[in-house]
Design a protein around this ligand. Structure first.
Ligand code: ZN
Length: 387
């Protein structure tokens, strides 16, 4: 038997929704009666929104949640790499529990799809990968996890190519690297290896790029060249790409045309401590942009993380001064591939929140009262009273 949800604020008005076998089977206006014997749950006018897709997150860097771990100041990214190793060394054993805790927090925030970067280097080997592959299975039907084999300490710098290949055979579907110039100090050799692996293993590419200004831009130009040469259009992403917010507007427009042409995605965590790519310009020029939380709580990189992707959407709107309805609403495509309008026949993945409309939800970031996947409540503040 299916489930009615009565008094749901959806598609611009209050409706009753019928869910069966994981799908939305009917949507009727409030004034129309539901069937007499209906199995129904009163949503009390909560707003229905699609669930969210976090395109950049790490599940293997969290600190234990029950204590403060002091973090010293770092001046360079290599020093930060070193600090991360030093701070996480005593807490290796609890990585899996912390990863589960983080993913549960993400799910409770409405995230049902996550691109997870998994650290791989000669010291870690494939330990983290094995944990995340196991979680991928464990969370099937709740959070759809895709795995990036990520050489955090530098692909060439940490001699991790053979391990990455093994990771691509054992569950990772995307190959990563970090700063081909600033970290590996060999742009061509790094990108050669990454795209070779991408071709050999049929994998996507997702490159962490912190390198600044025109060095970063040059790297992106080369990534576009490699994408074209290997016909990997639609399978390549650049994460962070701070440089796109540092170069001048004309140069940004030029590279945007190239990114759109090669269908290369830009993924941003909406930083407020470094430059943000010109999201509006890039979008207008056809570049696919997605958001990721990157840091979800206390970790070796920052104490400012949060698992809430909706909050990143608000941050984007606030930084960009998108105060009007049209642009508040336009934040959603960065957070989810599902439309705001729910259609009959769609998979019943949604979250229910206390908000006046989707624009208000971006501005207010209300708690998630219910998070549902395939019509089943799986998390949220009112999970206990759910159907
Ligand atoms: Zn990252």
């Amino acid at each position: 038997m299916g489930q009615w949800l009565s008094n749901v604020f959806v598609n611009e008005g209050i409706h009753h929704i019928y869910i069966n076998q994981g799908r939305i089977v009917d949507i009727i206006p409030k004034h129309q009666p539901m069937p007499e014997s209906a199995n129904s749950w009163d949503a009390r006018n909560l707003l229905m929104l699609p669930t969210l897709e976090d395109y950049h997150v790490h599940l293997d860097k969290q600190f234990p949640a029950d204590r403060w771990i002091a973090r010293r100041r770092t001046d360079t990214i290599l020093d930060q790499f070193h600090l991360e190793k030093e701070l996480l060394a005593p807490h290796k054993a609890g990585m899996k529990d912390r990863a589960i805790q983080t993913l549960d927090q993400m799910l409770a925030s409405g995230t049902t799809r996550a691109r997870v970067h998994v650290d791989i280097d000669p010291e870690i080997g494939l330990r983290h990968l094995e944990t995340i592959v196991h979680m991928q299975e464990q969370y099937r039907g709740l959070v759809d996890i895709e795995i990036v084999a990520f050489p955090q300490q530098g692909l060439l710098r940490s001699s991790s190519i053979a391990l990455l290949k093994q990771a691509l055979r054992e569950g990772a579907t995307i190959v990563g690297c970090v700063d081909p110039a600033g970290v590996d100090r060999q742009i061509e050799a790094c990108l050669d290896s990454v795209f070779d692996m991408s071709v050999d293993y049929g994998a996507g590419v997702d490159i962490h790029l912190h390198d600044q200004s025109y060095l970063g831009l040059y790297t992106i130009e080369r990534i576009a060249d490699y994408t074209q040469q290997t016909s990997k259009q639609g399978n390549v992403a650049v994460s962070h790409a701070y440089c796109l917010g540092e170069i001048d507007e004309g140069a940004s427009a030029d590279i945007a045309a190239r990114l759109a042409e090669q269908n290369i995605m830009i993924i941003t965590s909406v930083p407020i401590d470094s430059a943000l790519p010109r999201v509006d310009q890039l979008t207008a020029l056809g570049v696919n942009i997605k958001l990721g939380t990157d840091h979800t709580g206390l970790d070796a990189w920052t104490p400012f993380g949060s698992p809430d992707l909706l909050a990143r959407g608000r941050r984007l709107a606030e930084i960009k001064r998108w105060n009007d309805d049209e642009r508040l609403r336009a934040v959603y495509p960065y957070l989810t591939s599902a439309p705001l309008e729910f259609q009959i026949g769609a998979q019943a993945d949604f979250m229910l929140v206390q908000a006046l409309n989707p624009e208000h939800a971006i501005a207010a970031v209300p708690e998630r009262e219910i998070v549902a996947v395939q019509g089943k409540a799986v998390a949220g503040k009112q999970f206990d009273r759910a159907w």
